[in-house]
Design a protein around this ligand. Structure first.
Ligand code: PHE
Length: 481
């Protein structure tokens, strides 16, 4: 049935999934969110969500990919047929493909900033610069549509070339070189941070758990971040899962992905905050933490330009190993559905996502205010696209949990999971009840952000969706378990 191939080795799925999971989410987003939301308290919620919700959904998403051996859209279509469930579950595939397309459009723009900083560091342009100069440099970058477009273009072309070469020659081969190099660089930066910065302050900031520090907003951010960082609900893991060896263990692989991903976030946090505190700077800088605060710390330290340059190469590599996993689900769909060649499919996805990315580019400058997006939705185009992904991502995760937990029978799951009854029962309890409750909670995060015409639009969607889902769900949940 399948036109797909399988990864070369039993462990390649793990490599690819770690490549997808470890990205800007770990190196850029996690440290600044932790910095803004009270350090340890944020990490506690983040960690709990990773293990209680992230891992069970990770297992479910991989399972759906491997069971179908096709791209998320075609795969879900296939599963609803073979498992005799409602066609409505195909939405999982569509949500994934649309979110992957949306995320790639802005992920590429932000990753492009790292190209700029790699260059600035390695040419020594920032050596000895003061806070004002570095802050002004970042503002000038964001104010330039030309520069942002140039970097966005370079980044997305590089990602497209890798996926265009195919899963073996492109994805596997590049990850096999990139991932070990990334871990080595991360350790170098950590060692540098320990030697030159204030490691004790970083550790106490990250590991002092004071729940009172955490606002509701921070709580929701932590849970949303644990989804984003594990690449859940976006078809990426499902698409990679379609190539996973039938012999690899779903449970062990999911734990390994979560542990490595969390470890990378922690090490990045320790390294970055050692440098930031060592230079006497503030942890709560928000998105500018990596692009303003950190370059400033490097500017003041011995060999800072060199290590800083190497650090931004790490950011770039981690971002590329994630962006290729956003291209793959859509490209694989186009190949299966329309019989395109892989290079054609990748070109289509990349060109479309690049074009949409221009909206993110101008959101920082020409269209920073007063556009139709501001009038209708109270935010820039970039803000709007990001909001959509914040809604689609938990929704996709929720549906994956419900489908795997309720629509698949015991024997269907066991065929893939091959595990003890005890762990099966635990997993099923988590995907049936805990994950949906947690996801509904993450979803709340988006509600205060919903304004203007979004209220009736999303309200109507939710009502129709709940009605359709309720009917489908009741029918499928009453199948023979
Ligand atoms: N997990 C990636 C990161 O942490 C982002 C990502 C999300 C990649 C979804 C693929 C799919 O940066």
């Amino acid at each position: 049935m399948s036109t797909h191939n399988v990864w070369t080795h039993k462990g390649t799925f793990l490599l690819a999934a770690v490549g997808s999971a470890v990205g800007l989410g770990n190196l850029w987003r996690f440290p600044y969110l932790a910095g803004e939301n009270g350090g340890g308290a944020f990490i506690l919620i983040y960690g709990l969500t990773i293990f209680a919700v992230g891992i069970p959904i990770l297992i479910a998403e991989t399972m759906l990919g491997r069971a179908s051996r096709q791209s998320p859209i075609m795969g879900m279509r296939h599963l609803t047929k073979t498992h005799d469930t409602s066609r409505a579950w195909e939405t999982i595939g569509w949500l994934g493909a649309v979110s992957a397309f949306l995320i790639l459009s802005f992920y590429s723009v932000i990753a492009g900033w790292a190209i700029h900083y790699t260059w600035q560091m390695l040419t020594g342009s920032l050596a000895g610069a003061d806070a004002e100069t570095i802050g002004a440099g970042f503002d000038a970058l964001l104010a330039s549509p030309g520069l942002l477009t140039l970097y966005h273009t370079l980044f997305i072309i590089a990602s497209g070339l890798i996926v265009g070469l195919g899963i073996h020659r492109g994805i596997e081969n590049s990850l096999r070189i990139m991932m070990p190099a990334l871990f080595a660089i991360l350790l170098v930066v950590l060692a540098y941070g320990i030697a030159n910065g204030d490691f004790a302050a970083a550790a106490s900031f990250l590991f002092t758990f004071n729940i009172a520090d955490l606002s509701l907003e921070g709580w929701l951010e932590a849970m949303g971040q644990s989804f984003f960082t594990l690449s859940l609900g976006m078809g990426a893991i499902m698409a990679y899962g379609a190539y996973m060896s039938g012999e690899a263990s779903l449970t062990r692989t999911a734990f390994a992905i979560a542990v490595v991903d969390t470890a990378v976030a922690m090490i990045a946090g320790l390294a970055i905050f050692s440098l930031v505190f060592g230079a006497g700077l503030d942890a709560g800088q928000g998105p500018g933490l990596m692009f303003v605060t950190l370059p400033l710390a490097f500017a003041e330290m011995p060999f800072g330009a060199l290590i800083g340059g190497v650090f931004f190469i790490l950011v770039l590599g981690a971002a590329i190993s994630s962006s290729i996993s956003l291209i793959e689900p859509v490209a694989a769909y186009l190949v299966e559905r329309f019989d395109l060649t892989r290079p054609q499919a990748v070109t289509l996805m990349v060109v479309a996502s690049w074009t949409l990315g221009l909206l993110t580019v101008v959101s920082f400058n020409l269209w920073a205010e007063g556009t139709i997006f501001h009038a209708l939705f109270g935010r820039s185009a970039f803000g709007f696209i990001e909001l959509l992904t914040n809604i689609f991502m938990p929704l996709g995760g929720l549906m994956i949990a419900l489908f795997a937990g309720w629509a698949l029978t015991h024997s269907e799951v066991m065929k893939e999971m091959r595990t003890s009854e005890g762990w099966f029962a635990t997993w099923r309890f988590l995907v049936r009840f805990v994950a949906p409750a947690a996801v509904a909670f993450v979803f709340l995060r988006s509600i205060p952000q919903i304004e203007g015409y979004l209220i009736p639009t999303i309200g109507a969607l939710v009502i129709v969706g709940a009605f359709a889902a309720g009917r489908t769900f009741l029918a499928d949940a009453s199948r023979e378990q």
